[in-house]
Design a protein around this ligand. Structure first.
Ligand SMILES: [Zn+2]
Length: 293
């Protein structure tokens, strides 16, 4: 069984100066491609879905069973966490029941005190089942499932308070954005990350893992710097979508799709699916989590 909580492997990443990828999935082929990449690279990963993707795919139970069954069928040996991305209170409770191994409770849009309170409740329920929990302070820029954030810098005091709820890793805004980045983007605020990371380490009493959301399309050197300063999980969604789209587009525009039996969905989707796998493997290399399983 390869399905585990993310707590230990993210902690190991933080202590040893690399990061693991949290890869969002969308369907059967997407999930297979991510799993193939993780196994090929011998890398621990999280496969995650937003609430929108869960609905698209047929609900939490479908997603849970899909990942679980594929891991068995494909003989996956590397640690895989089944993670809820940006869950609200109801979604978090539902995946705790179903048996996910990790979840993010995103109360960043709530009043700060309520975010702490609800996070504490979710942590208690999730930890009782051995699940890891991610929470968020500040808001992350861009759009996710219709919610548009401005991309503020997470207040350090809020981050420190959030550590006290017992969360296992923390998403904190440092100028990162969901989706593609605008041309005038000013880059990650690494100085802020460094200060925040030092403050939370002090409270936690160990090197505490920070999560970088909107990890797609950030220059690799900035990601590597962020890992040095405490990031141990990087979320990747848009970049893999772009890789799938680009490969599929090339396949069609070159008229390759008209040849032979390429109308067969197994063949038609193949270039795109292979591109997903390559993109995930490439990210794993940048995060330096290959051969860490
Ligand atoms: Zn996010």
């Amino acid at each position: 069984m390869a399905i585990v909580s993310a707590k230990e492997f993210i902690q190991a990443a933080r202590e040893n100066g690399y990061a693991v990828g949290g890869f969002n999935t969308n369907n059967l082929e997407w999930t297979q491609a991510i799993l193939r990449a993780a196994e090929a690279k011998k890398a621990p990963i999280l496969i995650q879905t937003s609430i929108g993707a869960e609905k698209y795919m047929g609900g939490y139970k479908t997603v849970f069973n899909l990942i679980n069954n594929l891991c068995n069928f494909m003989g996956i040996t590397v640690p895989i966490a089944i993670h809820l991305d940006h869950g609200d209170y109801e979604a978090a409770k539902e995946v705790i029941e179903i048996g996910y191994t990790s979840l993010m409770f995103d109360g960043s849009h709530l009043p700060t005190e309520e975010n702490f309170k609800k996070t504490r409740e979710i942590v208690k329920l999730a930890h009782a089942k051995g699940m890891s929990v991610e929470a968020e302070v500040g808001s992350i820029g861009g759009e996710e499932d219709g919610v548009v954030g401005e991309g503020e810098l997470a207040p350090i005091d809020d981050a420190v308070e959030m550590i006290k709820t017992g969360v296992d890793f923390l998403a904190a805004g440092i100028g990162n954005i969901h989706g593609t980045y605008p041309k005038n983007w000013k880059g990650l605020h690494l100085d802020h990350l460094k200060k925040l990371s030092e403050a939370v380490d002090k409270i936690a009493g160990y090197k505490f893992p920070i999560v970088l959301h909107g990890g797609s399309c950030i220059p690799d050197d900035q990601i590597r710097e962020a890992i040095k300063y405490g990031v141990a999980k990087v979320n990747v969604n848009t970049e893999v979508q772009l890789a799938f789209h680009q490969a599929t587009r090339e396949f069609v525009l070159s008229n390759e799709d008209l040849k032979g039996k390429n109308y067969d969905p197994r063949k038609f989707l193949k270039p795109g699916v292979n591109a997903i796998q390559s993109a995930v493997e490439e990210r794993i290399d940048v995060f330096d989590s290959a051969n860490k399983a």
